[in-house]
Design a protein around this ligand. Structure first.
Ligand SMILES: [Fe+2]
Length: 435
């Protein structure tokens, strides 16, 4: 194993890592096979989750046609809210409970896939909403048993949600983003058809592409799984188990593709190689971070998105302020990686190289700066906001942002460096502007 030094054995610590991958079909035309896949999973009556925009796209027609051709009965729920909330999760769950479905299909971005996961959970094992939500915000109760089959069909090249056991939402009463995390939420099958990316707006490709970049980078630099105390029972081993030799494979490939294709995919919607390349990068990064977990940029992103007051990016619903997930993540990333580089300069420097940075004059002491510099360069080339100030945040917002991030203990546990509320506040201060 090339990375054996990274995963040094420490007496009393974990030596075992787990791999529970989602089945995947990847390639142009994959959606046309969904009727066959649904029947293979024994589905006769399914709920098809989507949102108002995606439900009008060709991808949705393809899915409906393929299900009809295979004689699979279905009902469409297109009320999914982009950046879902506890209320919108509850609405989806009610639809699922009342419809007596034997399986689920989600066609859309991360919001749609996550809503279908939650609907499947609450319809299968009804409970008070906060019971399954991550502690300390919710009770963090384990999911009692297997869920019904779920075929996830991503229509953006970003979240990787089709490969993960995580469902993210805004808890409106507390103005905080949090989630439900369990291996059992992982879709049974991911149908990834890159031809759906041809019609994506450039801003959506950019925001979701930076989510991919950060998934891969955070997984690759997460605290190694060997840093945790050995699990007393297999069941107590966390899903976000830390960097490990399996997740590393996906991270490296996803970073290389993101470095090569992200800027091209944003600039030219006809660059099929780049747009399909980003879709594959999203899938690879999803496999990786669904296995290892992410850390500080995602932990910090939740409050950045949750507290947004007046930001209306192109390509997203204009009826309310919204900070797309990928944007809320990447505005934090350069500040974070400058801070975390000393914990593992080799991996930070390697990552910069995978993303296309020139390392000819770079030494390990420069790792954080070189990596942050390459991310900032890509942000500028794709019209990303210049840090938190461009999203409308000032110094006075930092304590609130840091409190929100401190609540994300599941993600902070994966950080390669120790953090405290004061450290988080410092990271937000350093993320105010980059150029
Ligand atoms: Fe993400």
């Amino acid at each position: 194993m090339a990375c054996c030094h990274h995963y040094e054995f420490i007496e009393g610590n974990e030596q075992i890592f787990a791999v529970d991958p989602t089945a995947i079909r990847f390639g142009p035309g994959a959606l046309k096979e969904i009727g066959h896949d649904a029947k293979e999973l024994g589905l006769a009556r399914v709920a098809v989750f989507s949102d108002k925009v995606v439900s009008r796209l060709e991808a949705m027609d393809t899915v409906k046609q393929a299900l009809a051709n295979s004689g699979v009965d279905f009902e469409v729920y297109d009320e999914v809210r982009i950046e879902p909330t506890d209320q919108s999760f509850n609405s989806g769950s009610r639809f699922a409970s009342e419809g007596r479905f034997d399986g689920y299909i989600s066609v859309g971005g991360g919001s749609v896939i996550d809503t279908a996961k939650a609907a499947n959970l609450y319809a299968s094992y009804p409970a008070d909403f906060l019971d399954y939500v991550n502690a300390p915000i919710g009770e963090g109760r384990p999911v009692p048993g297997p869920l019904k089959p779920h075929i996830a069909c991503p229509t953006t090249s970003g979240t990787g949600s089709e490969c993960t056991g995580i469902a993210v939402f805004d808890l409106v009463s507390k103005q905080v983003k949090t989630g439900i995390a369990s291996r059992r939420l992982r879709p049974s099958l991911a149908l990834v058809d890159p031809s759906v990316t041809a019609t994506l707006p450039a801003k959506v490709v950019a925001a979701s592409g930076f989510d991919v970049l950060s998934h891969a980078l955070e997984s690759y630099t997460a605290a190694p799984f060997t840093r945790r105390k050995a699990a007393e029972q297999p069941v107590s081993r966390p899903m976000s188990q830390g960097a490990n030799p399996w997740s590393d494979v996906g991270c490296v490939e996803a970073l290389k593709r993101t470095g090569e294709f992200l800027v091209r995919a944003v600039r030219d919607s006809t660059d099929q190689e780049a747009r399909h390349g980003m879709m594959y990068a999203a899938t690879l990064a999803g496999i990786a971070f669904g296995n290892s977990g992410v850390h500080l940029p995602h932990g910090m992103a939740y409050s950045v998105a949750g507290m947004i007051r007046d930001y209306h990016p192109e390509g997203y619903p204009g009826d309310r302020p919204i900070c797309p997930h990928g944007i809320s993540v990447i505005v934090d990333a350069p500040s974070v990686f400058r801070h975390t580089a000393p914990a593992d300069p080799t991996r930070h420097l390697e990552s910069a190289g995978f993303l296309g940075a020139d390392l000819s004059d770079a030494g390990e002491n420069d790792a954080g700066e070189v990596l942050a510099g390459r991310i900032i360069e890509m942000m500028r080339e794709t019209g990303m906001p210049n840090g938190l100030e461009d999203l409308g945040y000032g110094e006075a917002d930092v304590p609130g942002l840091a409190d929100g991030a401190w609540a994300q203990q599941r993600l902070l546990a994966n950080s390669p460096v120790e953090v405290s509320p004061a450290v988080l506040a410092g990271l937000y201060l350093d993320a105010r502007s980059y150029w």
